[in-house]
Design a protein around this ligand. Structure first.
Ligand code: SAM
Length: 264
């Protein structure tokens, strides 16, 4: 099967199992903890449990639990969740965070069970077409209590990224420094469908042994205006659109796209 045909049937949850072992290493050098206090502030204001969509390795879910909230994190990737479990045990907050394997389109929770549904760090951009995004928004609406809040962080305009082929993006060491890692990345745009494809290869070198871990991820860019309109169609009321994690207002040049919507 050629690349085009493969990408046609591509689903955004694919790739994360292979990425899991490198996710925290890469993230510490890119997103870091930039958004964590924002989610902790929302968690402190929330009455009732919180659901995080696509909780991954627990980067946001564990700090929200540390802020005193009861949190449920759902993720489709067993490998990402395994890392979250390990981190959670070390954090000693395992009583406040439940980790569930599942798809954000089919939330296995009763209606009206959460005070906040958090969708950090572009999780909704892993839903690559209208049908999957609509299913996730409907599911979020169903599990949110009346008066509850849906918080969405979109990674800003990925379709404006330049395309490149096999660029060395990061280098570093892990473990006690004996393993060297190089991240080689290619970016391709399918602007007609608003999709950005990342082909990543993590190359690990330990002594004379070299191992390569290639995988692909795809994300869809949905504008703030379009996402807001979709939310309103699903019965949400958009209460704020923010352009930074300190609560500043959004404008089209902002590199942070945060939407807060309530279920009236
Ligand atoms: C960018 S990571 C974010 C992880 C975490 N929220 C954070 O901020 O570090 C996106 C996560 O969403 C998960 N994911 C992607 N599509 C999903 C789907 N349809 N259902 C459930 N999880 C999904 C991936 O497995 C991955 O762990």
């Amino acid at each position: 099967m050629g690349r085009g045909a493969r990408e046609k049937g591509m689903e955004g949850w694919r790739g994360w199992d292979d990425y899991a072992q490198f996710y925290d290493w890469e993230n510490a050098q890119t997103m870091g903890r930039r958004d964590v206090m924002f989610w902790q502030r929302l968690a402190r204001r929330t009455a009732g449990p919180i659901l995080e969509l696509g909780c991954g390795t627990g980067r946001v879910a564990i700090p929200m639990a540390k802020a005193g909230a009861r949190v449920v994190g759902i993720d489709r990737s067993a490998s990402m969740l395994a890392r979250a479990r390990k981190r959670l045990r070390r954090s000693k907050h395992d009583g406040s965070l439940a980790l569930v394997r599942g798809d954000v389109r089919f939330l296995p929770f009763p209606a009206a069970s959460f005070g906040l549904v958090a969708a950090p760090y572009g999780i909704l951009q892993s839903l690559l077409d209208d049908a999957t995004l609509e299913a996730a928004l409907a599911a979020a609406h169903r599990v949110l209590r009346k008066g509850g809040l849906l918080g969405i962080d979109l990674v800003s305009d990925l379709t404006s990224w330049p395309e490149y082929d096999r660029r060395v993006k990061l280098r570093g060491r892990v473990g006690r420094g004996e393993t060297r890692i190089t991240l080689i990345e290619s970016v391709r745009q399918d602007r007609a469908r608003g999709l950005t494809h990342f082909d990543q290869e993590f190359v690990e070198r330990k002594g004379r042994v070299t191992r390569s871990h290639p995988f692909s991820l795809a994300f869809r860019t949905v504008s703030v205006e379009e996402m807001s309109a979709r939310l309103e169609r699903h019965g949400f009321l958009v209460s704020a659109v923010l352009g930074d994690y300190q609560g500043g207002p959004w404008d089209p040049r902002a590199d942070v796209w945060l939407i807060l919507a309530t279920r009236p």
